[in-house]
Design a protein around this ligand. Structure first.
Ligand SMILES: [Zn+2]
Length: 287
């Protein structure tokens, strides 16, 4: 991938290289290289755990040229365990008991159309359940609107096209789960002192999804996903809105009896990363 690649004329990113940039500063470049060398060393030395586990994986996009990468990744995981739905995950966490098998849970954040258009068929063929956490204001958004989001919250090289509500409904009919990711991809820790805004981003987003889909939406993933991006007021608002499970983007295995149902860890995996890097996290590195 290179920043020298021409942008796509539609304005939206249509291939991975339009969406993901090389590091844009010396600092980011150095951090990127440091991360790569840590991972390369881990890939040589990490020993795969032998016990049972629950491991949540998440990403953002499935570009057309990444369909087989996704297929290979879910097959790699399925050689190690089975994919479960959010309801099954909730049951395991509620039990407070060590999991009685090896389980993966898969989700995608933000509601980008290519997850459904490119990834949906692959995941259906492979029999893999998945969740799309959508930010309601982004659904069906114009290029101009997505550019504005891209200038602030999302930071892709070119904006990614999001699903329409018709696609959201169709994805459910095809077996996908829909979860909530706020209305405007807000950083909840920055707005939690504003009760009206917090209700809009959490409770009203839930209602919008339920009105559009006719289904109960009871799973939430908070934008940006780190502990610094959420606080007690926001977590309380998520519980009060009626969500029964909430996902972070902090890495780690899910430990029933120890992890809160409202801070379920997830491993980020993006399909433009090298195959060995995807597989390293799928094997449990940084569980
Ligand atoms: Zn997001």
């Amino acid at each position: 991938m290179s920043v020298a690649c021409p942008l796509h004329k539609s304005g939206f990113a249509e291939r991975a290289e339009h969406g993901w940039s090389a590091p844009t500063s010396a600092f980011l470049s150095a951090r990127h290289l440091a991360r790569k060398s840590v991972l390369a060393l881990a890939n040589q030395t990490f020993r795969e755990p032998t016990g049972n586990f629950v491991r949540c994986l998440y990403g953002h996009a499935v570009f057309p040229e990444q369909r087989e990468t996704l297929r290979n990744l879910v097959r790699y995981c399925r050689n190690r365990g089975e994919f479960i739905t959010t309801a099954q995950l909730r049951t395991i966490v509620e039990s407070g008991e060590e999991p009685d098998g090896r389980f993966f849970h898969l989700s995608f954040d933000d509601g980008f159309a290519n997850v459904y258009e490119e990834g949906g068929a692959v995941l259906a063929e492979e029999g893999v359940p998945y969740v799309m956490f959508i930010a309601t204001d982004l659904i069906g958004a114009s290029l101009e609107k997505m550019q504005a989001y891209n200038d602030t919250a999302l930071k892709y090289r070119q904006p990614l096209r999001t699903m329409t509500w018709d696609q959201v409904r169709q994805s459910i009919a095809d077996g996908a789960e829909i979860g909530c990711h706020t209305q405007t991809h807000a950083r909840l820790s920055h707005i939690s002192c504003d009760t009206v805004q917090l209700v809009a981003e959490i409770s009203e987003a839930k209602s919008i999804i339920e009105n559009e889909t006719g289904r109960v939406c009871d799973a939430f993933a908070w934008p940006f996903g780190k502990h610094a991006d959420i606080d007690e007021a926001a977590l309380t608002a998520i519980k009060d809105a009626g969500f029964s499970i909430c996902f972070s983007a902090e890495r780690g295995a899910v430990v029933p009896g120890q992890d809160s149902m409202f801070e379920i860890p997830r491993h980020q995996l993006e399909l433009h990363w090298p195959k060995w890097e995807l597989e390293l996290f799928a094997r449990g590195y940084r569980d």
